[in-house]
Write a protein that binds this ligand. Structure first.
Ligand SMILES: N[C@@H](CCC(=O)N[C@@H](CS)C(=O)NCC(=O)O)C(=O)O
Length: 239
């Protein structure tokens, strides 16, 4: 049985980490049985690349949502993407990169660096820690995020510039999705696991960020999230 190590649900979503939610959504879409054990700092410390999600499948331990999906396709078959042409695969990859390598950093900035977002993040992720850890850990974690944002480059822009960058991504996503049921057309594919995870983490978190306000201008994005939720999370109390 596949064991999926990911953060606990937050904000009424299956996961506040879009990468964890992407992998869980993929497993659900591909109908692969899995368990997601409750994690402690021990499991996080064992993450092969220091980030979540990672999976254990028998003796195989793998990190990175995309590399895990590649492994799952190679091991259990590819029920979602076989119908895509080479051109469609190219477009799907470009949108996946937009979500995961660019929009992600704007999202991270809104949650960790902007005052309203930081208040939400601090309460959700660290609110249950006992004092004095509740005072010590959050500024350290925030400093780590600031360093990651600067390392990526997004964190070197002004807040206004970051909003504009993220908003352009959201506009591109909304225009490309249009009124199609799924990103690549009438059928779902693995890009939808990523798109749903990122869009739900934008439109359904209790944070009226500049990104969320921009996403609200395109109602098809939330319609799409509702469609994905109703198809793949019917058994779940979270979105
Ligand atoms: N490329 C990785 C990204 C995973 C990732 O960035 N995970 C974040 C949560 S969204 C994490 O665990 N961050 C912890 C840290 O950076 O210390 C994937 O696709 O799985």
């Amino acid at each position: 049985m596949i064991r999926l190590y990911q953060y606990e649900p937050a904000f009424g979503l299956p996961n506040a980490s879009p990468f964890c939610m992407k992998l869980e959504t993929y497993l659900r879409m591909a109908q692969l049985p899995f368990v997601a054990p409750q994690i402690t700092w021990r499991e996080i410390g064992r993450a092969p690349k220091g980030k979540l999600p990672y999976v254990c499948d028998g003796d195989t331990v793998l990190a990175d949502s995309t590399l895990v999906i590649d492994y799952l396709k190679a091991t259990y078959g590819d029920p979602l993407d076989a119908w895509l042409s080479a051109e469609q695969r190219a477009v799907a990859l470009a949108f996946q990169r937009l979500l995961e390598e660019n929009l992600y950093w704007a999202l991270l900035h809104s949650r960790w660096m902007e005052p309203q977002g930081w208040a939400m993040t601090q309460a959700a992720f660290f609110g249950a820690l006992p004092v004095p850890l509740r005072w010590i850990i959050p500024p350290l974690a925030r400093r780590g995020m600031r360093q990651q944002l600067r390392g990526h480059g997004m964190g070197r822009h002004t807040t206004q510039e970051i909003h504009a960058i993220g908003q352009r991504d959201i506009t591109a996503l909304a225009h490309f999705l249009g009124h199609k049921p799924y990103f690549m057309g009438d059928e779902p594919c693995s890009l939808d696991a990523s798109a749903y995870a990122f869009l739900a983490n934008l439109v359904w978190v209790p944070l009226e960020s500049a990104l969320q306000q921009h996403a609200a201008r395109y109602p098809q994005l939330e319609v799409y999230c509702r469609r994905m939720r109703s198809h793949y999370y019917t058994d779940s109390s979270v979105a």
